[in-house]
Design a protein around this ligand. Structure first.
Ligand code: C6P
Length: 423
């Protein structure tokens, strides 16, 4: 992903001009040393879920073996230490996103839950009959279905902005779809299916000029370039821990404090209350108002370790490395006969979606797997954009900070084998 497209880096520590030492980095990820089907693993499915470095595995293990207790509940030492570690992780996330306050950082299970929280809580209070929510054709199902559900309940309408033939958002059409009825805009920062980077800063400006709040689905963005929610000026930002080298089961919703403060809780239970009687509940302050029940404490701690890892390497450097891999992959794949790249927008993250004449994407994936190469095939939980391109499925290779040029060459060689098998 080209660093210039996103907001400025406020936290990067490493010198952006020094390339990443990939051999050293790979040694941080134990799983990359394993063989799959008798071949050294080439992992090109980080858009689905990235691998964890030892630092994350150790942080979770250390917490589980020495600190674990429930948070915000006990007077005993373990509970206090666990609470400090959990709330310290929240501060780490705040710094990573450059949010103003930890009150704006809600721990959730992942991007899906973050969007459901906003759709249910914000949507419930702000959507009425005839109102509109505007998304795009590039969205993951997680940023479509929650809005469909709340729109159906409110009698509101879900609208989607189209994309151009190269997979870019049609920004003029997007602007035309922003009407006096639009109450919410929710768009991906980066498309998971095509890798398109959306012009989110412009989208926020256009929406805010009409008084419409904006949610950005950052699931595919945060791991790949600097993200600064103040510079983006978005109202909500959602991401998942497991796509940024952290554990599964933990994610983050950033929300502008004034909006979150006015929103009702969407789940009830322990920890989100100040007092409860049978007649009435007084809700807790932000951010705990939105964290009902025992949270994923070790997940939050693992996520904080993952953010440390990413910032130690430097988000600008990661972006530059992945961009070089994207260019190499584009060149190698374009040279293969019968291979069609799906999504060639000028601003792209290191995600390459493609089809091969006469070969079903699942067969591509199966043959590559026999070579130890992991890619994703299918509709990528983004059926509307597949339909836009008249495809039931694509093959998708997605790159991360630990991938190397050698991985791209193995992919190209694997695809030549697919061609040989299918003639
Ligand atoms: N995309 C992929 O292979 P969860 O499952 O809640 O962590 O993330 C959902 C999600 C939301 N938005 C975008 C843009 C995403 O890419 C994803 C997850 C994975 O593309 C798994 S379907």
């Amino acid at each position: 992903m080209s660093g210039a497209v996103l907001a400025r880096n406020t936290t990067g520590t490493a010198d952006a001009a020094t390339p990443l030492d990939i051999a050293r980095i790979r040694a941080d990820f134990p799983i990359l040393a394993r063989q799959v089907n008798g071949r050294p693993l080439v992992y090109l499915d980080s858009a689905a879920s990235a691998q964890c470095p030892t630092a994350v595995l150790q942080a979770v293990d250390h917490y589980r073996t020495t600190l674990h207790a429930n948070v915000h509940r006990g007077v005993h030492s373990l509970s206090q230490w666990a609470t400090e570690a959990y709330e310290g992780s929240r501060e780490r996330v705040r710094r990573f996103l450059n949010a103003r306050s930890t009150r704006e950082i809600i721990f959730v299970r992942g991007t899906t839950e973050a969007i459901n929280l906003v759709a249910n809580s914000f949507g419930r209070g702000h959507l009425g009959s005839g109102d509109e929510v505007l998304i795009t054709y590039l969205e993951h199902h997680a940023n479509i279905v929650p809005w469909q559900l709340v729109c159906a309940a409110a009698g509101a309408r879900l609208r989607a902005a189209p994309v151009l033939d190269d997979g870019e958002l049609d920004l003029d059409a997007f602007e035309a779809l922003l009407t006096p009825r639009t109450r919410m805009v929710a768009v991906a920062h980066v498309s998971n299916a095509l890798g398109t980077i959306l012009p989110v800063q412009r989208i926020v400006q256009l929406a805010h000029a009409r008084g419409v709040p904006v949610l950005l689905d950052g699931a595919q963005a945060v791991a790949h370039a600097p993200v600064d929610v103040q510079a983006l000026d978005c109202d909500f930002y959602a991401f998942s821990g497991h796509k940024i080298y952290g554990p599964t089961g933990i994610g983050v919703l950033y929300g502008r404090e004034a909006l979150l403060a006015a929103m009702p809780p969407w789940q009830g239970g322990g920890d989100m209350i100040l007092s409860v009687s049978i007649e009435k509940t007084t809700f807790n302050e932000l951010p705990w108002k939105f964290e009902a029940g025992t949270p994923d404490i070790s997940g939050a701690i693992g996520l904080a370790a993952a953010l440390d890892y990413v910032d130690l390497l430097g988000r600008e450097r990661i972006a530059a490395h992945e961009h070089a891999l994207l260019e190499l992959a584009n060149a190698r794949l374009a040279a293969l006969p019968g291979l069609r790249l799906i999504g060639t927008a000028p601003d792209k993250a290191a995600v390459v979606s493609f089809t091969m004449d006469g070969v079903h994407p699942h067969d591509i994936g199966t043959i590559l797997d026999s070579e130890g190469i992991a890619i994703r095939t299918g509709h990528h939980c983004a059926m509307p954009i597949m339909e836009r391109f008249g495809l039931p499925a694509t093959a998708r290779a997605s790159f991360a900070l630990y991938n190397s040029a050698a991985d791209v060459e193995r992919l190209a060689a694997g695809l030549r084998k697919v061609r040989d098998v299918f003639g």
